[in-house]
Design a protein around this ligand. Structure first.
Ligand SMILES: [Zn+2]
Length: 353
């Protein structure tokens, strides 16, 4: 017997309903998938919240954090100015800057921070954001140790952990976009100009008509992750069927995008022990779910306090006007206004997981 690990009855009921609906045309399926994925956390608003995630607060991490805060205090852009990583935001430990001495290095650094800040302000204005997104701190040199969220275990701690929040004390959240039916070129442009990192979780049945779009996304620094071949309700499948859904997608993504994903998200957030065993068998290291979901006109909160917390993972979808009330840029405007107003920056998930 395989229990559905998500929210007990809620998850199972929702998931089954979805599973039955699978196979319908992609737009509809996608739309429903969202509702169900949104339903994923509904059973969790029971007061149990922060869990015992361990953070390795090493000296290096604290130093990096201090540098990151320094950038923020400057009112400028820090390490996150470049999606590829925060190292660029810090003074180099050698090279021309050092040749000018500490004062020269600092001056060059301040100039760089100011330029990044100005670019960010201009991009925010251009794309109609109410507030300029906050710069993320430089990523940790050592990734935090991530374990299963309490209540999400399947009885084997050695399996890839399922979690909704990354253990960190930084005021950062992570943006993740699922499925892949809507391929809006404006999204690529907007995110690059705003310099906001995000991660994609792709399902082949909606991406196979245009892998090129996601190649371009990858070329802009976005990591592409696994969301199965056909977006099935996995706990309703045998181990072999689940393996085909998960590992088949690993193969396709490696072939199309040159990299085998390390991260996997089960459709609707539903999984069982077989899901995690199958995922591990083909290289999956972690299973990030989400703690809030973004739409063009509102947020759906999964935590009892209906708020963001350090390290929270935010879910949204590749959708267009046919699926929800707006475009991808509309959705980004909405979620970024919320994230920034609450004092959070968006960091890159793969820097931490
Ligand atoms: Zn999905």
């Amino acid at each position: 017997m395989h229990l559905v690990r998500q929210n007990g009855k809620h998850g199972q009921r929702n998931g089954q309903r979805n599973g039955q609906r699978n196979g319908q045309k992609s737009g509809q399926e996608s739309g429903r998938g969202n509702g169900q994925e949104g339903g994923q956390g509904a059973g969790r608003g029971n007061g149990r919240r922060r869990h015992r995630f361990r953070v390795r607060a090493t000296g290096a991490l604290l130093l990096v954090a201090a540098l990151g805060s320094g950038c923020a205090a400057e009112g400028g852009s820090g390490g996150a100015a470049h999606p590829a990583g925060g190292a660029q935001g810090r003074p180099a430990a050698g090279g021309p800057a050092q040749a000018r001495g500490p004062a020269g290095a600092l001056s060059a650094y301040v100039q760089k921070v100011r330029a990044a800040r100005a670019a960010r302000v201009a991009a925010a204005r251009k794309w109609g954001l109410k507030l300029t997104p906050l710069p993320a701190p430089a990523p940790p040199r050592t990734k935090p140790e991530i374990t299963f969220r309490k209540g999400f275990e399947v009885g084997d701690d050695s399996l890839p952990p399922v979690f909704t929040t990354v253990p960190t004390k930084e005021r950062i959240v992570f943006l993740t976009i699922d499925d892949g039916s809507e391929k809006d070129p404006e999204l690529l442009k907007m995110m690059t100009e705003l310099d906001i990192p995000y991660s994609a979780f792709l399902s082949d049945y909606v991406t196979s008509d245009d892998y090129g779009y996601f190649e371009r996304m990858q070329g802009r620094g976005v990591v592409l992750n696994n969301h199965t071949l056909n977006h099935r309700y996995l706990p309703g499948l045998s181990y072999d069927e689940q393996e085909k859904e998960i590992c088949g997608q690993q193969e396709i993504m490696e072939k199309r995008f040159g990299k085998r994903p390390r991260l996997f998200r089960p459709p609707y957030g539903n999984y069982n022990g077989d899901t995690l065993r199958a995922a591990r068998s083909c290289g999956v290291e972690a299973v990030p779910l989400w703690s809030a979901e973004a739409f063009p006109d509102h947020m759906e909160w999964r935590e009892w306090d209906r708020d963001l917390h350090p390290g929270d993972i935010v879910l949204t979808h590749f959708r267009g006007k046919a699926d929800w009330k707006g475009t991808m840029p509309d959705m980004i405007r909405q979620v970024m206004n919320v994230i920034t107003a609450k004092g959070y920056a968006v960091a890159k998930l793969e820097d931490y997981v």
